[in-house]
Design a protein around this ligand. Structure first.
Ligand SMILES: [Zn+2]
Length: 259
């Protein structure tokens, strides 16, 4: 379901862009308030079901109503635990909603997405800037999370390290990976920059200049990224609507499937 104001937001053209953006922001605030209200109501049945996990359960139930198309199945146990803990804290401590646009994908779906991106961009190399082949995609391994909305992704970018959840690409503000027990991964320009398990390796010189660029131009790049890399996931509002029976297809057609 797409609301009229959201459609205008997607189009992002003309004099009405600013007002549409404001309307979309107001919608998000209203939905956040309603979700929080529902979560508070759900604390009672959650406490009756599991007193020690009431806040987590109530949060999960409320978010499942706010983002009815999300699917947490197939995520690794660690990824699921980290994601649940992170968004529970975001929800109750900072009133920030975090939803999942796309998590685990099987190899066949990932292969189909990659072929579609190749057809769209004209080459495998170009396709890798947005979608990786199944053998390289961590979505297939169940440790990648495409997050929505933008505010939720920003919260996770700021706080995710405590949960071993990291944003890993400059051109995908929505894509996070569960990387426990290791130093924070370097953020790469795009998914195709470094392909795990292939001969291409990031050179120390490239790593140095990329790191330097990130430090000196981080804020500017973030603003540019926000302006130029809006995720289709962000522009596909889901709010207390009936669950989509074509979740995967919807993600595919909207382009909200990455890496
Ligand atoms: Zn992704």
């Amino acid at each position: 379901m797409t609301f009229p104001s959201a459609s205008a937001h997607i189009a992002g053209i003309g004099a009405g862009q600013a007002s549409s953006t404001v309307e979309a922001m107001n919608e998000q605030r209203v939905f956040a308030l309603v979700t929080r209200f529902l979560a508070i109501l759900l604390l009672i049945p959650a406490w009756l079901r599991s007193p020690g996990r009431a806040r987590r359960l109530a949060c999960g139930w409320a978010l499942s109503l706010r983002f009815p198309a999300e699917d947490l199945s197939g995520l690794s146990a660690g990824t699921l635990a980290a994601f649940t803990a992170a968004r529970t804290e975001a929800f109750w401590r900072h009133r920030t909603l975090i939803g999942l646009t796309s998590g685990h994908r099987d190899a066949a779906e990932q292969h189909r997405l990659f072929l579609a991106e190749v057809a769209k961009t004209g080459s495998e190399q170009a396709a890798r800037r947005r979608v990786l082949p199944a053998k390289d995609s961590v979505h297939v391994r169940g440790i990648a999370l495409d997050i929505r909305p933008r505010e939720g992704a920003q919260w996770l970018e700021d706080n995710g390290s405590r949960f071993a959840l990291y944003r890993t690409y400059d051109n995908e503000w929505w894509h996070f990976e569960y990387r426990p027990g290791e130093t924070p991964p370097a953020r790469l320009p795009h998914p195709g920059w470094l392909v795990t398990g292939t001969a291409r390796a990031i050179s120390p010189l490239n790593a140095f200049f990329h790191g330097l660029s990130t430090v000196t131009c981080g804020a500017r790049a973030a603003r540019k990224s926000a302006a130029s890399n809006a995720s289709p996931a962000e522009t596909t509002p889901l709010a207390f609507t009936r669950p989509s029976s074509t979740r995967s297809t919807a993600s595919t057609t909207s382009g909200a499937v990455t890496a």
